[in-house]
Ligand binder design. Structure first.
Ligand code: XIL
Length: 372
């Protein structure tokens, strides 16, 4: 009898290990890690409006902070010179407030997803420096002003430094030179003196960009402008970033006196796309780029989980300077990585899978840390 019982227990236990556990039954990430840093996620319109009910339930259960994946970007919120589109951003902020979550604003000045009118006059030529300053000021004052006291902090400038450490040759730079960055920080601070202000960029492990960002941050500080944190986007893959370089960069940003935020974390499980790849056989090339349309093979999944574990553990070790960790999307099905940098791929980059289940590395970490 005893024998039969223990067999049953083992059978039940192994069944439990493989059976689906709803992510909302797992210990909440915000409860387990919330004393280390803000546990944040970027949400889409369907989650903010609770059309994606299961996605919204994960957000409410696990996260204490949200970022809008798109609806606060210039092209969305200010599509025409004399027209703002507030509805979606309002719905996003209201969702957060209804659920007691902190709101982060993304983003004010960025060359991408910029409203098409922003840099041009009626003849399609670049506007003058003075006109662009006025447009930046109006835009920043309107957006930051509308959510004053409701958005904790803003990504003021996004992606302005390239890998060499130089300024990106964007329209903002062409018209205003380096000044566009301090101006953006000044306007944001005028609009909401209480709001935290951040500089955000990708590929921050690359030494050239790292040093360029450090110089830019020091320049802002020398001018007496407010900057609270450097955001490391942390869009990762299986072979980048280099772990040491990433940690070095994190330390370099912290040494400026700023906090560090992991702002857009995801890790593609697919082969890294390279423009220089041989595209002679297009079909074979497509297959090589999208090798796991149904499921991730176990060895790849194990590698992905161990890399994610290593980075999350790094974030925990540096929680004295990292005050937010943000997943760039809720489930794999939502991720922008399914469409970038190659369209139509099936990727596996986030903390929850397409069945709304928590990924194994995170389950382990949560269960380990919840007892601490
Ligand atoms: C991405 C969104 O996830 C996509 O939905 C959108 O189509 C393109 O932008 N750096 C950023 C983010 O700062 O705003 C980007 O988000 C990803 C790269």
């Amino acid at each position: 009898m005893k024998h039969t019982f223990s067999l049953l227990v083992i059978a039940a236990a192994s069944l439990g290990a493989s059976a689906a556990v709803p992510a909302t039954s797992e210990p909440a990430l915000k409860d387990v890690f919330g004393d280390k840093f803000r546990v944040a996620v970027a949400i889409n319109d369907a989650q903010a409006k609770e059309i994606d009910k299961e996605g919204a339930a994960i957000v409410k259960h696990h996260f204490n902070t949200v970022v809008a994946e798109n609806v606060m970007k210039c092209s969305e919120i200010h599509p025409e010179k004399n027209r703002y589109h507030w509805d979606d951003a309002d719905a996003f902020v209201e969702f957060a407030e209804r659920n007691g979550m902190t709101v982060i604003g993304h983003c004010l000045i960025w060359h991408s997803q910029l409203a098409p009118w922003f840099l041009y006059d009626d003849e399609g030529k670049y506007v003058s420096a003075d006109t662009l300053k006025a447009r930046m000021r109006d835009h920043i004052h309107a957006v930051v002003g509308r959510y004053k006291g409701r958005v904790k902090g803003w990504d003021v400038v996004n992606e302005a430094i390239v890998e060499s450490g130089k300024y990106r040759n964007s329209g903002f730079y062409k018209i205003l030179g380096e000044e566009f960055i301090p101006l953006a920080f000044q306007y944001a601070h005028e609009a909401d003196p209480e709001a935290e202000l951040y500089y955000n960029d990708y590929g921050m492990n690359v030494p050239g960009r790292r040093d360029g960002v450090v110089r830019m941050v020091q320049d802002l500080k020398r001018r007496g402008l407010r900057i609270d944190a450097v955001g490391m986007q942390a869009h990762m893959g299986m072979d980048y970033p280099d772990f040491r370089e990433f940690e070095d960069a994190l330390n370099a940003f912290a040494a400026t006196g700023c906090k560090v935020m992991i702002t857009e974390w995801d890790m593609s499980a697919l082969p890294t796309f390279s423009r220089s790849s041989n595209v002679g056989d297009v079909a074979a090339y497509q297959k090589a780029l999208n090798p796991y349309p149904d499921a991730l093979p176990e060895d790849v999944s194990a590698h992905w989980n161990s890399r994610m574990d290593a980075f999350f553990s790094l974030f925990l070790r540096h929680s004295d300077v990292i005050n937010r960790v943000t997943a760039w999307g809720v489930t794999d099905g939502n991720s922008w990585k399914n469409g970038f940098p190659v369209r139509g791929r099936h990727d596996y980059p986030l903390l929850f899978d397409r069945n709304y289940e928590m990924k194994p590395f995170l389950k382990n970490l949560v269960n380990y840390h919840k007892h601490k």
